[in-house]
Design a protein around this ligand. Structure first.
Ligand code: CO
Length: 465
C-alpha cells in the first residue's frame, strides 16, 4: 500500500454538479497557481459540460479557457472528461473529428483524458484512446459504474482489461450516481488491483451521502487515486470534500502528503464564490443534503427530478410510483445500460410513455429504437431477441462499431465556418455545437469593434442604432 493521490475536481465536475457548470474563468484564474502548488495527481478542469457551458452561457472560448489555465498550472497534469466517440456532445462523431479533437485538446494543454461510454462498449472508446496515445497524452479508460442482476466485480474487471489492452494507462471507476457502497467499493477495488497493473482511480458523487466512507474503504483496498473537491464546492451532488480526506489519511500508511493548511487557504478563496452562488439561488441548498432515493430506487438523483417534471407537465404526477417501478423494467428490456447521459434520459422517457399510454411500448421513442438497433453500441447484456423483434420488426440491428458507419466530416465543417475561423480549433467548436458556436463566433466578431464589455442584445442594438 502506498501514498494515495488526489485529483481535484473544483474546476470541472464540482461546479458542473452543483451550479450547472457556471463557474467562470475569471473566478478560477486567481486560484490556479496555488492549486498547481498543492501537489495533486491532476486538476480536472475541462471537458464534460464545460465546453457547452462556455459557449452557451458564459460567452467564453473553451479553448482559450484551457490555454489560460495551462499558463498558470505549469507542473500539475491537467485532466479532462471525454464521452468516447461522443466527444463532448450527445451523438457519435466520425473518426476524423475524434482524432482532431483529441489532438487539439492535447496541443492546448490537456495531459490526461478520461474517456468513458454510457454503455461501457469498449469500441466506443477505442478511437479516442488511440488518438490520445498518438499525441503523447495519457488515456484513462473509464467504466460507468452501475448495479443490476447482470453486473458484478468480474464484469467490471473484464471491461477494465479490455480498455487496458486498447492502451489505457490507468482505469477509473466512475460512480456518477453515488451508488457505490463502501463494501462494494472494497470488493471491486480488490478485484481490480489483483488483476490489473495500471493505476486505479475512483470517482464518486456525494449524492447519497456515502462518498467519503466509500473512498476510505477503497483506499483500504489499495485504490491509487481518488477524486475530491475543495469543500466550498463539495458534497451534495458533487464529490466528497478534499480537506477531510487529506486530514483523515495524514500520518497513516495512505498519507496523501498534501498540506491541509494550504488546502484550507485555497478553500478560503472559493468560499465567497460559493456564497455568491448561494445568494443568487444558483446553488440550491437542497442539492447539498444527502438523498438516499438513488439507493432505494437505483435511479440517479438527477433522473428522479427529471421524471417529476415530465409527469407534472403531463398532469400525471399521481403516476410517479408506477413510473418509478417501470424504470428498472425498461432498463432490463434494454440490456441493463448504466443510467448516465444519454441512457438515463432514453430510459426515463420510455418508462413515462409506457405508463401514461396504458400499454408498454405502444409508443416507442426513436432513441429506444436506436438503442435496440445497436446505434449506441453494444448493451452490457444482450437484448432478448423477442424484444428486438417487437421494437424493430424485420429490421436487423447493427453489430459493428457504430462510428464505422460514419463518413469523415471535417472538410465539410471547415467550409461551413470558413468566414468565422480565427483559430483552427473553431472548426471543432462548430462540429460539436453548431448553433451555439455560430452565435459565439458572431459575438466575438462584434467584440473586435470594441464592444467586448457588454455582450447583451441591448448593447449590440445600441451599436447599430
Ligand atoms: Co462525476
Amino acid at each position: 500500500m502506498g501514498k494515495v493521490r488526489i485529483t481535484e475536481t473544483i474546476l470541472r465536475d464540482a461546479h458542473q454538479s452543483l451550479i450547472a457548470t457556471r463557474m467562470k474563468l475569471s473566478e478560477m484564474l486567481p486560484a490556479v497557481e496555488r492549486l498547481d502548488a498543492i501537489g495533486y495527481n491532476a486538476l480536472e478542469c475541462w471537458g464534460g459540460a464545460t465546453f457547452d457551458s462556455c459557449l452557451r452561457f458564459l460567452n467564453e472560448d473553451p479553448w482559450e479557457r484551457l490555454r489560460e489555465i495551462k499558463k498558470l498550472a505549469k507542473k500539475t497534469p491537467l485532466q479532462m472528461l471525454l464521452r468516447g466517440q461522443n466527444l463532448l456532445g450527445y451523438k457519435h462523431y466520425p473518426d476524423d473529428v475524434v482524432d482532431y479533437f483529441v489532438q487539439r485538446s492535447i496541443a492546448n494543454g490537456i495531459d490526461i483524458i478520461r474517456i468513458f461510454d454510457a454503455l461501457n462498449d469498449p469500441r466506443n472508446l477505442e478511437r479516442a484512446i488511440a488518438a490520445c496515445l498518438r499525441e503523447g497524452g495519457h488515456p484513462q479508460g473509464c467504466i460507468s459504474y452501475t448495479t443490476s442482476p447482470f453486473h458484478n466485480a468480474e464484469i467490471f474487471v473484464s471491461d477494465a482489461k479490455a480498455l487496458v489492452n486498447m492502451g489505457a494507462q490507468s482505469i477509473c471507476i466512475k460512480d456518477m450516481a453515488g451508488l457505490l457502497s463502501p463494501e462494494n467499493a472494497y470488493e471491486l477495488i480488490k478485484s481490480l488491483k489483483s488483476s490489473i497493473k495500471v493505476p486505479i482511480e475512483l470517482h464518486t458523487h456525494y449524492t447519497s451521502g456515502l462518498g467519503s466512507m466509500t473512498y476510505l474503504r477503497a483506499i483500504q483496498a489499495g485504490v491509487d487515486i481518488i477524486d475530491t473537491a475543495l469543500s466550498p464546492f463539495a458534497m451534495g451532488t458533487s464529490q466528497p470534500p478534499t480537506e477531510p480526506l487529506v486530514a483523515a489519511l495524514a500520518g497513516t500508511e495512505y498519507d496523501t502528503g498534501l498540506d491541509v493548511k494550504a488546502l484550507n487557504d485555497l478553500s478560503a478563496y472559493f468560499r465567497p464564490i460559493r456564497e455568491k452562488y448561494l445568494s443568487d439561488g444558483r446553488l440550491d441548498p437542497r442539492m447539498l443534503c444527502p438523498d438516499i432515493n438513488a439507493l432505494i430506487y437505483q435511479v440517479p438523483g438527477g433522473m428522479l427530478s427529471n421524471l417529476v417534471s415530465q409527469l407534472k407537465q403531463a398532469g400525471a404526477i399521481d403516476k410517479y410510483d408506477a413510473v418509478l417501478a417501470e424504470v428498472p423494467a425498461v432498463r432490463a428490456d434494454l440490456g441493463y445500460p448504466p443510467l448516465v447521459t444519454p441512457t438515463s434520459q432514453i430510459i426515463g422517457s420510455q418508462a413515462v410513455l409506457n405508463v401514461l399510454s396504458g400499454e408498454r411500448y405502444k409508443i416507442v421513442t426513436n432513441e429506444v429504437k436506436g438503442l435496440v438497433a445497436g446505434e449506441y453500441g453494444k448493451t452490457p447484456c444482450p437484448i432478448r431477441p423477442e424484444f428486438v423483434k417487437q421494437i424493430l420488426g424485420d429490421k436487423k440491428p447493427i453489430t459493428c462499431r457504430p462510428a464505422d458507419l460514419l463518413e469523415d466530416k471535417l472538410p465539410e465543417f471547415r467550409e461551413a465556418v470558413a468566414q468565422y475561423i480565427e483559430q483552427e480549433e473553431d472548426v471543432l467548436t462548430y462540429a460539436l455545437f453548431p448553433q451555439p458556436a455560430i452565435a459565439f463566433f458572431k459575438k466575438r466578431q462584434l467584440s473586435r469593434y470594441g464592444y467586448d464589455e457588454d455582450h447583451s442584445d441591448a448593447a449590440r442594438m445600441a451599436h447599430y442604432a
